[in-house]
Design a binder for this molecule. Structure first.
Ligand code: NDP
Length: 253
């Protein structure tokens, strides 16, 4: 079965400035979707949009901060003005800030919760009406949330990050009960170690070294390999919903 159900779709990808989000945006555009790229670094988004256009795709750059209500609402309005309503939302923006709980880094906890959980909810709130309307018109409508293996596996110092991802996984399951009856698919993707900029925000040399050791031992997925999963799930016939996918490097338990 081909990925043809993506041609002519209108997608929003959050966290499209690097890593998995960039790869998803490029892949969806290559499959014929119009893609709105959300992230804070507009210069990075412009460069990626340039590559998408050079490959014959359609991209819109929208500087947006998912921790800011007004920014997300303005971003939604900008997409509507340029592309009209959206039928595919990829909630991917996220941050990972490990540290021992004893350090009491409330600043990091709040940033992770606000980006990884409330940020996802802000984006859901902004586009629910679009997704429901698209499905009611008989079109395919997708909400794809990028959670993590960290929603299930326990890693010391990653307690709050894991808790935010467990929240995303649970949210995805719960939203299926509200959206599924209206033919809006909800898919939760849980990647393992993936080669992106996520690790660059780890501020402890020791924890950074631990991560490098894991990468050395296990290897990583390429962001494009996770993007392939997103393209696969969102291109199935509209009555087929892959609810939950864990995608790991083969050596990751
Ligand atoms: P990156 O750091 O490369 O990408 C994160 C993206 O999120 C960037 O584009 C960043 O852009 C954006 N972002 C961060 N904060 C905000 C914000 N407040 N508003 C809008 N955009 C924001 O890492 P990944 O590609 O790895 O991360 C993507 C998702 O994948 C995350 O949710 C992560 O938790 C998840 N994941 C990653 C794994 C991995 O091993 N890499 C494994 C499992 C899950 P900008 O800074 O310009 O805003």
């Amino acid at each position: 079965m081909s990925y043809e159900n993506l041609a002519g779709r209108t997608a929003v990808v959050t966290g499209a400035a690097s890593g998995i989000g960039e790869a998803v945006a490029r892949r969806l555009a290559a499959e014929g979707a119009r893609v709105a790229l959300f992230a804070r670094r507009a210069d990075r988004l412009e460069a990626i949009a340039g590559k998408i256009r050079a490959e014959g795709g359609e991209a819109l750059v929208v500087a947006a901060d998912v921790t800011d209500d007004a920014s997300v609402e303005a971003a939604r309005d900008r997409v509507h003005e340029t592309f009209g309503p959206v039928d595919l939302v990829v909630n991917n923006a996220g941050v990972m800030l490990p540290n021992p709980v004893d350090d009491g880094r409330l600043d990091e906890w709040q940033r992770m919760i606000d980006t990884n959980v409330t940020g996802v909810l802000r984006v859901v709130r902004a586009f629910t009406a679009d997704l429901v309307a698209a499905a009611a018109e008989g079109r395919t409508a997708d909400l794809v949330n990028v959670s993590s293996i960290g929603a299930h596996a326990v890693f010391p110092t990653y307690a709050v990050y894991g808790a935010t991802k467990a929240a995303v996984t649970f949210l995805s399951q719960s939203l299926r009960s509200e959206f599924g009856p209206r033919d809006v698919r909800v898919t939760n993707i849980e990647p393992g170690l993936t080669d992106t900029e996520l690790k660059n925000h780890v501020d402890s040399e020791e924890l950074s070294g631990q991560l490098d050791g894991m990468v050395e031992a296990i290897g990583t997925l390429a962001a494009a390999e996770v993007a392939d999963v997103v393209a696969y799930v969102s291109s199935r016939p509209r009555h087929v919903n892959l609810r939950q996918i864990m995608v790991l490097p083969t050596r990751q338990a």
